[in-house]
Design a protein around this ligand. Structure first.
Ligand code: ZN
Length: 218
């Protein structure tokens, strides 16, 4: 139990408590916070927070942080990992998963499921390499008349295109791995509106600048 300084007749408001939880998470770039971590850096004791909000997870929720030990489906874990990988332009480290700038699920959730970060990466790569013919890629609806594919490029296909292009812009070679401000897009080489299909051979990786330049031309 931590000794807390308190002014006489003054009790911290709910907002002050939650703001302090937010502050600690922000200062340490953590998507979630354990009671132990909070006690190390917080201005109050975790017991004060729990007395006020009932549970630690409830306080985290109010602070807009990820709940501890939340159960994620494998697909949620993979989708998040995929976003981080594409934003970074290279294989993420365990530490990258705790960077809120890229990741919405902390490394702890992966460790709970896979025990080791390398196991999580192996499971993810296996998932990515599965045959894609069974997913929504070839779904045909009224909007896809004249096409055998939808205009939307699903997440897995996006990833495969970027992987093939080494997470670099095909036009100028820019890569978020070298310059974190670079944002990669997936572009239809032959436009979908003109009959081009959403197939890996008709897709390429472009940085946002080159992609914008291309759409200005057409
Ligand atoms: Zn470019």
């Amino acid at each position: 139990m931590k000794f807390e300084y308190q002014e006489y007749n003054r009790k911290a408001t709910d907002d002050e408590l939650i703001d302090d939880v937010k502050r600690v998470a922000k200062e340490h770039c953590l998507p979630s916070l354990s009671m132990h971590e909070y006690n190390a850096y917080g201005s109050f004791d975790n017991s004060t927070i729990i007395r006020r909000f009932g549970t630690w997870n409830h306080a985290l929720e109010l602070a807009g942080l990820e709940c501890r030990n939340r159960f994620y489906t494998e697909l949620e874990l993979f989708n998040n990992l995929q976003h981080v990988w594409m934003a970074k332009g290279c294989q993420p480290t365990r530490r990258d998963m705790d960077n809120k700038q890229y990741s919405t699920i902390s490394s702890g959730a992966y460790m709970r499921k896979y025990m080791k970060w390398s196991n999580a990466l192996k499971a993810f790569v296996e998932y990515i390499n599965q045959d894609v013919s069974d997913d929504s890629l070839y779904e045909v609806n009224s909007e896809t008349r004249g096409h055998k594919t939808t205009r939307d490029i699903n997440l897995r296909l996006r990833f495969k295109v970027m992987q093939r292009d080494n997470f670099k812009c095909c036009a100028c070679g820019a890569s978020p791995a070298k310059d974190p401000s670079v944002e990669l897009h997936i572009d239809h080489i032959f436009p979908w509106s003109k009959g081009g299909e959403t197939e890996i051979d008709n897709l390429q990786t472009l940085c946002s600048k080159c992609n914008l330049g291309k759409s200005d031309l057409t």
